[in-house]
Ligand binder design. Structure first.
Ligand SMILES: [Zn+2]
Length: 366
């Protein structure tokens, strides 16, 4: 497929590509393991990219992530809404087995990491540093303590909900929420995330729960994939007040490429990567570019914007940022530096808690 790079002046392309190559490019959210799990896609091989609407082809695999210059990739662990209560944890565990197999097979291309420091070492060795993000705590089936098992498997962040409300938070798509704020498991889940160094992800979370989770969390929270509501009025996108609150406590938002969440009406049919950068512009001018990251939702959205048909085309975004006059530092931050800074703050907060917690005296165990 023709690259949108051809539409830019050669000096802009040269500067953008050099910047892209030397940046810690990070994408916070791709759902590539959905196809790996359900139709046996092998992510270690180059897979065919979709043309337009075609959910049976992949936007990402380890080969094209490399071609797109991605150094850090967050992969969602999804338990679909149809899986009944009581069977969800088992479902998640089976997906984790597919993840483990994939990283064993692709050990020369990529490795799962639990911290930004481990990620830097993997990237320095020329491999992709991948981390996992749970998409919805319904997967825990009412047992928040299962988060520590997930952390051991490489969980970097936990999304509190997905399409439906659960016992942790209300989902943004829920028109008749049964409660406001946090659900019965909410405090325990957030507490454990903070203690284990798992970043709390408020993507998909409804407004009253968003505020309550942000208030409750001791470590800064973030949004792995979402956009600006001021530009596209959809419940998945963040209002200016939410963006300010997120930034005030040190969080970041990963901007997504799904046309449905970047424009309203027919416009979404013809938008291209420049409209993604409009969302970046909005957040950057509202709260500063240091709170912006990328959260493509590749392989989770039905189709991607024009100009970004798959991850190998990612440098066009850098080109557009350069063309709009973003300074090099801001571009590096948006491409991944901001995520690494944020992630490190979450891990450091957990380590401080660990040190502060007085060890249980042995006699207390008698
Ligand atoms: Zn999602």
């Amino acid at each position: 497929m023709k690259s949108a790079l051809a539409d830019y002046p050669p000096d802009v392309v040269a500067r953008a590509l050099a910047l892209h190559r030397t940046s810690p490019v990070a994408d916070l959210h791709a759902d590539s393991f959905i196809a790996a799990r359900y139709v046996g896609r092998d992510l270690t091989r180059r897979l065919r990219a979709p043309r337009g609407w075609n959910p049976l082809r992949q936007h990402c695999d380890f080969v094209r992530l490399r071609a797109g210059g991605v150094r850090y990739q967050g992969f969602g662990i999804v338990v679909p809404p149809y899986v009944p209560r009581g069977a969800r944890w088992r479902h998640a565990v089976r997906t984790l087995a597919v993840v483990r197999e994939t990283f064993l097979r692709g050990a020369r291309q990529a490795a799962l990491v639990r911290t930004p420091a481990a990620g830097r070492a993997v990237v320095a060795g020329g491999r992709l540093a991948a981390f996992l993000g749970l998409e919805g705590c319904h997967a825990l089936d009412g047992h928040p303590e299962r988060l520590s098992a997930l952390r051991a498997e490489g969980l970097g962040y936990a999304g509190l909900c997905h399409f439906r409300s659960n016992d942790v938070v209300v989902s943004g798509g829920d028109r008749r929420p049964a409660y406001r704020g946090l659900g019965p498991s909410g405090p325990a889940v957030i507490e454990l995330c903070n203690a284990l160094g798992i970043a709390v992800d408020l993507a998909h979370t409804g407004p009253s729960s968003f505020d309550a989770a942000l208030e409750r969390s001791r470590a800064p929270v973030f949004v792995s994939h979402g956009n600006a509501r001021a530009l596209c009025d959809h419940h998945r996108n963040l209002s200016d007040a939410q963006l300010r609150a997120l930034a005030d406590q040190g969080g970041v938002i990963g901007i997504m490429f799904f046309p449905w969440l970047i424009s309203r009406g027919l416009r979404r049919l013809c938008d291209d990567h420049r409209r993604v950068v409009d969302h970046i512009d909005h957040v950057a001018s509202l709260v500063g570019p240091e709170h912006v990251a990328l959260g493509s939702d590749f392989d989770g959205m039905i189709w991607s914007v024009r100009g970004l048909p798959d991850v190998s085309h990612l440098p066009v975004l850098t080109c557009e940022l350069v063309r709009r006059g973003y300074p090099d530092d801001a571009v590096r931050g948006i491409l991944g530096g901001n995520w690494l800074r944020y992630w490190a703050s979450v891990v450091a907060a957990a380590e401080r808690t660990e040190q502060a917690a007085a060890p249980t005296p042995p006699e207390a165990l008698l």
